[in-house]
Design a protein around this ligand. Structure first.
Ligand code: KG4
Ligand code: ZN
Length: 332
């Protein structure tokens, strides 16, 4: 069953074809216009999606060696995300569904991140744990079964990726901050600054990163820009270490609590090599396996939406043509 996946929830315009076994194509066009503004500008994002979505879909079909008539279903991100951006993907998906006479299914973006792990580990089978760490979300999710999810913990303020982006702004490394901070941190000392780790109370699987961001801000306020520039490698490394300490320890608590032997990570922050190493080291004594998707599947992409949508469409489920964006969609 050839499923076209469309993802336009934020600033990546993406389309992919997945047939239930093979990801035949996965085209991602990242909008660079936002870099001038230090963050995503919603109006510009939706306009950019409109300009590029049709060529991106055409390229996904070309790379898969397929025509529109070979498609058997369409999966599209319904939420969470920016309303205007989601609307572009949904409108195109509904138009294609109507004109091709094939079903469309609205997909939860976060569920897509979970499915991204299956694409690189086809034998992955529930139950398992997933830590979704992206620019908009930080959630520990228990996958009891495909389609059955329980949120064990979430951030009470900033998402992990958001903290990277905000600290990136303070360190003047441009947007997005995550990749730039990881690069700076390679040459910095992770123990140079003692930044706070918010573990909250011992039992809690929730996260909080706003205090950490404020601690970096306070450190910078006490000095001038020259000091920042000559110390930013150490600040980046110390900040990154504080984030990955909390992420790794909470994932470990959750795995212990649920008795899980597999922990998956997903979302843009899971590209971070230090995070992968820190988490892999933390679980060694417990004989827990850590899985992660390849970098192009960690960040937003249509492949993960096609994979999640394939699951529902193959079991006969579909959405009506009246579906609309759900900017705050979460797991039930
Ligand atoms: O999953 P994603 O592409 O989009 C959302 O759904 O938010 O994640 C983007 C986030 C950004 O906050 C970005 O700074 C962060 O992922 N990110 C990273 C790295 N690469 C991307 N954070 C830390 N280290 C990285 N290497
Ligand atoms: Zn995402």
């Amino acid at each position: 069953m050839n499923i076209l996946g469309i993802e336009t929830s934020c600033d990546d315009t993406s389309a992919a074809v997945y047939d239930g076994h093979c990801l035949k194509s996965n085209i991602v066009s990242t909008q660079i216009v936002h870099r001038h503004f230090g963050g995503v500008v919603p109006e510009l994002a939706s306009r950019s999606h409109i300009q590029i979505i049709v060529p991106v879909i055409q390229e996904a079909l070309n790379q898969a060696g397929l025509a529109f008539s070979d498609l058997e279903g369409i999966a599209v991100t319904q939420g969470p995300g920016l309303a205007g951006s989601l609307l572009v993907g949904l409108s195109v998906a509904k138009g294609l569904s109507l004109s091709l006479g094939i079903p469309v299914i609205g997909v939860n973006h976060l569920e897509g991140h979970i499915w991204s792990n299956m694409l690189d580990n086809p034998d992955l089978a529930p139950p398992f744990l997933v830590l979704i760490v992206s620019g908009g979300h930080t959630q520990l999710v228990r996958v009891d079964d495909w389609g059955k999810y329980r949120i064990l913990g979430r951030t009470r303020d900033d998402a992990a990726g958001e903290a990277f982006d905000k600290v990136g702004k303070l360190l003047k490394v441009g947007y997005p901050g995550g990749p730039a901070i990881e690069k700076l941190a390679l040459e910095g000392r992770p123990d140079a600054f003692e930044f706070p780790r918010a573990f909250l109370d011992k039992e809690s699987l929730d996260f909080s990163f706003s205090g950490l961001k404020t601690a970096v801000l306070n450190q910078l306020r006490a000095h001038d820009e020259g000091w920042m520039l000559s110390n930013r490698k150490d600040i980046a490394a110390s900040f990154q270490e504080a984030v990955v300490d909390v992420l790794a320890e909470k994932a470990l608590y959750a795995a212990r609590q649920e008795g899980d032997r597999i922990v998956c990570i997903a979302g843009g922050v899971s590209v971070n090599q230090r995070f992968r190493k820190r988490l892999s080291d933390a679980v060694v004594p417990e004989k827990i396996r850590v899985l992660w998707p390849s970098p192009s599947l960690c960040t937003d992409n249509g492949g993960m939406i096609a994979a999640a949508g394939h699951f529902y469409l193959a079991s006969g489920k579909s959405s009506s043509l009246s579906i609309s964006p759900m900017p705050s969609l979460n797991f039930a």
